[in-house]
Design a binder for this molecule. Structure first.
Ligand SMILES: [Zn+2]
Length: 410
């Protein structure tokens, strides 16, 4: 056998074994051999390496079904860490995340209108601090950014708020930190996060995550894989036009996009304009004081204007989801982002309008729920992309793996 082929078979087998350890809380060597069809000797050899590397440990014995009781193996979830980054509108958030998506340490810094190089410097500041505080080997950095992203090339093609055009973010971060970096659109990262760490999703499942915050987008998981479309912009529902005539201007340059009527940004703009016309509303009349927190308070207190404005955003989302369900026949829709703060009343309006706006029976089988990860879904998803590349977990992997592991020891 050629050396290269032998090497790739070895790597393939190791990834296969590790995948099974990842997918089970505990598993025995015999069980891995049964699932993977590898020989018991091959599995034992690979497991020995994994134990030596500290990735896997023997944690006890399982029940015997005749014969010797099997020794149970388990992933050592704290043996490596990753960094996940969420470049949200008002603040950039970063965290050290373990192999099971548990956040060890998080940092949030306000953006304060920074854009271009200033925004990039803020990314460096957060990463510098997180890397300095990592006590376990660091595997890589995953970034969830707003805007259009070419994930394969690691380039942010266009992010309006950040004033980034054709920014080679992966290259810049790999040059600076010498570890693998993955850059993903924020809504797509939210989808990967909810799919990987949210409620029991099956490995072959279809899932759409609607990320409703300052901007609005969707992430599509089809048969367990992130679907990015031909140009990487699949799920950009925020910029589908829903008010073809007389709609408000959108930051993308068009008018009447879904984002101008259903996002947090749209809600705040509407609340500012309408509060001026409603003297009795609880909403602040000073436009400077209008934000999601005060709208949430007024909404919870039953303020009619706040109720009307919030539920109007839900109606538009309900129609948008009905359209998605009509095209994709998706059964699971998860809502994420800070608009989810409006809770059950907002969710119920979305469900009601979705059902009313759907022609097909399929919408009746569709579950629409609020995600479980809250604001962490994006940074968790951005880092989860790296965990799925099992080869990064091995020390003797060429490229930057070796350096990645050393970095974490500083
Ligand atoms: Zn737009």
């Amino acid at each position: 056998m050629e050396k290269a082929t032998r090497q790739s078979t070895k790597e393939h087998n190791r990834n296969l074994v590790l995948k099974n350890v990842f997918e089970h809380e505990t598993i025995s060597r015999a069980e891995i051999a049964r699932i993977t069809h590898l020989t018991p000797t091959t599995v034992s050899d690979i497991v020995a390496t994994l134990i030596e590397e500290g990735l896997v440990a023997e944690i006890g014995v399982g029940p015997s079904y005749g014969g010797k009781s099997p020794i149970l193996l388990s992933l050592q979830e704290n043996s490596r860490v990753l960094i996940g980054l969420d470049l949200a509108h008002n603040q950039f958030c970063g965290a050290l995340v373990n192999l099971r998506g548990k956040i060890h340490q998080a940092i949030s810094l306000p953006v304060d209108e920074r854009s271009g190089d200033g925004a990039l410097s803020l990314v460096y500041t957060i990463l510098d601090r997180l890397i300095a505080s990592a006590s376990q080997p660091l595997l890589g950095i995953g970034v969830g950014t707003p805007g259009l992203v070419n994930t394969r090339e690691g380039v942010v093609i266009h992010a309006v708020n950040l004033n980034w055009t054709d920014l080679p973010l992966t290259h810049l971060l790999e040059e600076r930190y010498h570890i693998p970096v993955s850059v993903l659109n924020d809504s797509q990262a939210a989808a990967v996060g909810e799919y990987t760490y949210g409620k029991d999703h099956h490995s072959d499942e279809n899932l759409v995550v609607i990320n409703a915050r300052h901007g609005l987008g969707a992430g599509l998981i089809l048969h367990g894989t992130l679907f990015q479309g031909s140009g990487g912009s699949a799920g950009e529902i925020g910029h589908t036009v829903v008010i073809p005539e007389g709609g408000l201007p959108c930051r993308c340059g068009k008018h009447g996009c879904l984002e101008t009527v259903a996002s947090a940004q749209a809600l705040i703009i509407q609340a500012r304009a309408q509060a001026a016309l409603h003297p009795t509303t609880q909403l602040p009349h000073d436009p400077e004081k209008m934000n999601l927190e005060v709208i949430e308070e007024a909404f919870a207190a039953g303020d009619p204007l706040a109720q009307q404005l919030v539920l109007a955003t839900a109606r538009f989302l309900g129609v948008a989801i009905a359209n998605l369900v009509g095209v994709l026949n998706i059964e699971k829709i998860v809502l994420s982002g800070d608009m989810t703060r409006f809770g059950e009343p907002w969710l119920n309006m979305i469900r009601e309008v979705m059902l009313k706006s759907s022609l097909t029976e399929s919408a009746h089988g569709t579950q629409v729920e609020i995600g479980e990860l809250g604001e962490s879904s994006i940074l968790l998803g951005a880092s989860a992309i790296l965990v799925k590349d099992y080869s990064l977990l091995f020390k003797d992997q060429p490229l930057d793996g070796e350096r990645a592991i050393q970095m974490g020891r500083y």
